[in-house]
Ligand binder design. Structure first.
Ligand code: E4P
Length: 217
């Protein structure tokens, strides 16, 4: 499974990318607003930091305007993925991008049939929002499971990008049900490394090793 960071914080992205475990980055208008920086500059910087797919979201709502914005965003760097909302206009734009060979991430997906349409429109990625569904009393993981079944039934190549991830359990469950990618906030990425038994075991090993008085180097 590929792991993307859901962030526009370039310092944090640079730090976490240095682990060699970050495959891409997703952004959205809220995260751009949080950065307080010009979008085109932030996206260009992220594209330099991480060679994988970097999602940059259009701000328009009509197909023609989305296409114009998406073409500009795609011109920033070869690894830009144009992120478009899962609306009728968004899917018209998605088909146009697919015909032009521009990669897309269809976002704000909340139902299996929306995901079916995104695949038919030639989306590179579809982003089902797990956490926001959970917040409303649904099970976000059911959506990932249903999309996996539909895509496998028909051989769609659109990659399932589990989004709106809130915790380590979401990452584990998304991996079990077969999401292709998970995009996670930096704090959740850092949590993936942690286990109290790892800390406890390491502490004991270090104590016992110190008692031997040996040195490997
Ligand atoms: C994904 O591409 C979105 O940017 C993101 O995962 C949304 O997450 P949120 O529901 O925590 O805002």
């Amino acid at each position: 499974m590929q792991i993307f960071l859901d962030s526009t914080d370039t310092k944090v992205i640079a730090d976490l990318a240095s682990t060699g475990l970050v495959d891409g980055v997703t952004t959205n208008p809220t995260l751009i607003a949080k950065s307080g920086r010009p979008m085109l500059e932030v996206i260009a910087e992220i594209c330099d930091l991480v060679p994988g797919p970097i999602s940059a979201e259009v701000a328009a709502t009509t197909a023609d305007a989305m296409i114009a914005e998406g073409q500009k965003l795609a011109g920033i760097a070869p690894n830009v993925v144009v992120k478009i909302p899962l609306t009728r206009d968004g899917l018209i734009a998605c088909t146009a991008f697919a015909n032009e060979g521009i990669s897309t991430n269809v976002t704000l997906c909340f139902s299996p049939t929306q995901a079916l349409l995104a695949a038919k429109a030639g989306a590179t990625f579809v982003s089902p929002f797990i956490g926001r569904l959970d917040d409303y009393g649904f099970d976000g993981m059911d959506l990932i499971r249903d999309i996996r079944t539909i895509y496998d039934n028909y051989g769609y190549e659109t990659e399932i990008l589990a989004a709106s991830v809130r915790n380590v359990a979401h990452v584990k469950d998304a991996a079990i049900v077969g999401a292709d990618v998970v995009t996670i906030p930096p704090a959740v990425f850092s949590d993936l490394f942690k286990h109290p038994l790892t800390d406890k075991g390491l502490e004991q090993f270090m104590k016992d090793w110190a008692g031997t008085g040996q040195s490997i180097l």
